[in-house]
Design a protein. Structure first.
Length: 402
């Protein structure tokens, strides 16, 4: 996915480092992503969610809060309120680019900040939280013995997930005084709550409280065995798919007309995992599937293989062609199913003496009140399906490097 890096002024005037992931095709909407407490914009879950949304035509802005990552300022001088201010500055920066965010996504304390900020982002139509606390002060439970030192000395170091972070007294006092119930109740945006039942950092009871406080429309999906950071690739993919599918109901994702010569539009394949073979396959903003390879070939087996896609195209086209013919004739065809197997015949068996021949073996099942003549005719029609003909006569592939 194309990426633009830029900075914008945060709540205190410091430059905040931002990453704007853009769709490779038409830009249909924009999402603003607020990451977890002390995390950076490039954590694995945020990357996967951004990749999945851009495949849908949704641009995604991720940024480092004041004092984190590549952003300016001192984190120890920030507070929950200042994080909310940074979010509003990010929304304003997007609006200045004519990309005002319609989707707000927040992870952990970033989710609490999103809930607090949502009412002040007029362009927002939908909000997603991932592992977010209902009571922002919940985060101080992870400070351990350092909490007393912070209150006494004004600042102190805490260990969060193996990372040492200096926290100021203002942050503690501000986050402990923050309340979200009223903001959630009057948010007036569609809400999706994602939370893992085994989250050891922010308990799932927080998700229940957020969901209960919110008005409809609202949805609640559990992330099963995911950890708080959604660090597993499979968990991140599941969360990304849920968000992308849910958001379509509330965002205006109408694509422009397809380009000349491509009546079905463009099918776009985008690498989802550079360390493996997982691919996002998009056909317009509404149709998404995954392509992959089996684990034995270095993949993760989370999608169809390329040849399974070919087999699926042949099977689907066969079934549709048979159904259309039977419908036109008024025949009592009850149900059609097609099994397709792909194999590669060895050269000596192919009869050409040179190269293997790809063979698709198709088994068709026809149910209904049909006589033998009708069944025979439908078998003949199956061989006339457009994909069948394309595979038999071959096709020309024209490739351009952009």
């Amino acid at each position: 996915m194309p990426t633009e890096r830029f900075t914008f002024p945060g709540h205190g005037g410091h430059d905040l480092a931002a990453r704007l992931d853009l769709p490779e095709g038409p830009h249909l909407a924009t999402a603003l992503f607020a990451h977890c407490f002390t995390c950076g914009k490039d954590i694995a879950a945020a990357r996967r969610i951004a990749a999945r949304l851009t495949a849908e035509g949704i641009a995604v802005l991720r940024f480092d809060f004041t004092g984190l990552g590549h952003s300016g300022g001192e984190f120890r001088n920030t507070s929950f309120t200042s994080n909310v201010g940074d979010l509003l500055c990010a929304a304003e920066a997007l609006a200045g680019r004519e990309m005002a965010p319609s989707l707000l996504i927040g992870h952990s304390l970033g989710g609490a900040a999103i809930l607090k900020a949502a009412r002040d982002v007029p362009s927002a139509r939908a909000v997603v939280t991932i592992g977010a606390p209902f009571d922002p002060g919940h985060v101080t439970h992870n400070f351990g013995d350092a909490l007393e030192a912070i209150r006494r000395d004004g600042t102190g170091e805490v260990d969060l997930g193996g990372r040492r972070v200096r926290i100021g007294r203002e942050f503690v006092e501000d986050v402990e005084g923050a309340a979200l119930a009223d903001d959630i109740r009057h948010m007036d945006r569609a809400l999706l709550v994602l939370h893992a039942p085994r989250d050891a950092v922010v308990g799932i009871d927080n998700a229940t409280q957020i969901f209960t406080a919110a008005k409809h429309p609202k949805s609640f999906v559990t992330l099963d065995d995911a950890d708080h950071l959604v660090s597993s690739g499979e968990d991140a993919e599941y969360a990304a798919a849920i968000i992308a599918s849910w958001a379509q109901r509330y965002l205006d994702l109408r694509p422009p007309a397809p380009p000349p010569g491509a009546p079905e539009g463009v099918t776009r394949v985008t690498e989802a995992d550079p360390d493996g073979f997982l691919q996002d396959v998009m056909a317009g903003p509404r149709h998404h599937v995954l392509a992959d390879e089996p684990e034995s070939y270095g993949g993760t087996d989370r999608g169809l293989t390329p040849y399974q896609f070919l087999a699926a195209g042949l099977g689907a086209c066969t079934s549709m062609t048979v159904r259309m013919y039977a419908r036109r004739k008024g025949w009592r065809l009850g149900h059609v199913s097609v099994d397709v197997r792909h194999d590669r015949v060895h050269a000596q068996d192919a009869g050409n003496g040179q190269r293997p021949l790809d063979t698709f073996r198709r088994t068709i099942r026809l149910e209904g009140d049909l006589d033998e003549e009708q069944r025979g005719r439908l078998l003949e029609i199956a061989d006339k399906c457009p994909v069948h003909r394309t595979l038999e006569r071959g096709a020309k592939v024209v490739t351009e490097l952009v």
